[in-house]
Design a binder for this molecule. Structure first.
Ligand code: BV8
Length: 238
């Protein structure tokens, strides 16, 4: 596998346009549970009840408590070597660099990443379900229109933020290389982005300790955790 890592490092050195797509696995080594791993969130909680509008309307208190718990976990967690490596890669890239993340924990930004496209929102902010006002406090009712405040994330069945996802699609179409790290590649439309890169002639590199739906399509599959592999891709590892 070292030869594969060396080959990917060479490719990254020779490119001026990089996109990265991350999922919950990149935050696993910061102590944040993934969704679909055996010990993941969906093993304990139901996505239908906790990550959908129906679930929120049925029991807003339970959903708000679950996101408050996850917000506390995210804000006390620290970015890991994988997050830091991606921020370094952005610094080193002379051309365009887009970090497309499905994660809502904001650890990429805390690690120093700048061009972060949060296609599934973030759990630090709340949004009014009616007028879409964004707030970082925990009021339950929107002071502007009396609508219900809910986590500023994208739930199942909800549309992704159009401007953000349009930028993500543009990055997927125009990049020379897309690194896909820490995602089961099961949730669409985000999971479709690596296929777009491949269709437009870009190279797809997967970083994951396990095989996924994407593995058979990727040009390079680097088997291992993101905190271990990503630092090897961006520079001299001490
Ligand atoms: C949409 C919320 C349409 C934020 C999430 C019926 C009705 C409507 C839509 C659908 C439908 N049926 C299907 C769909 C589409 C649906 C979908 O794709 N469903 C799947 C399950 C089939 N998609 C949607 O609903 C999307 N919206 O389609 O809207 C529309 C259009 C116009 C107008 C109106 C509507 C919305 C999708 C967003 C859902 N929100 N989360 C939150 O609470 O966090 S999804 C959730 O799962 C995450 O956000 C994440 O994006 C997604 C994927 O999870 P991963 O990040 O990949 O994590 P996972 O646990 O799965 O995998 C972890 C990976 O890491 C594993 O591979 C593991 O091996 C690896 N790993 C583990 N440790 C490490 C590691 N890797 C590296 N290092 C390690 N150490």
């Amino acid at each position: 596998m070292d030869a594969q890592i060396e080959r990917v490092r060479e490719i990254l050195r020779g490119t001026t346009s990089i996109a990265v797509l991350t999922g919950a696995g990149v935050s696993a080594e910061s102590g944040i549970a993934t969704f679909r791993d055996p010990d993941g969130l969906w093993a304990k909680f139901s996505p239908r009840e906790l990550a959908s509008m129906d679930g929120f309307l049925a029991n807003p208190e339970r959903v708000r408590e679950w996101y408050a718990y996850r917000k506390n976990v995210a804000t006390t967690a620290q970015p890991n070597a994988g997050h830091i490596a991606l921020a370094a890669l952005e610094q080193q890239t002379t051309g365009s660099f887009s970090l497309i993340t499905q994660n809502v924990d904001r650890l990429h930004q805390r690690a120093g990443s700048r061009n972060v496209l949060e296609v599934h929102g973030n759990l630090i902010e709340n949004r009014c379900n009616d007028c879409e006002t964004i707030r970082t406090d925990d009021v339950l009712i929107c002071p502007d229109c009396s609508g219900a405040m809910r986590p500023n994330v994208v739930w199942f069945g909800e549309e992704l933020p159009q401007d953000v996802f349009a930028a993500a699609e543009q990055a997927a179409m125009t990049c020379d290389v897309m690194i896909v790290a820490g995602t089961s590649a099961e949730v669409y439309p985000a999971a479709g982005l690596p296929y777009t890169t491949k269709r437009y002639g870009g190279i797809v590199v997967e970083v994951n300790p396990n095989r996924t739906e994407l593995s058979s399509e990727a040009h390079y599959v680097l088997t291992g955790t993101s905190a271990h592999i990503l630092p090897h891709l961006v520079g001299d590892v001490q």
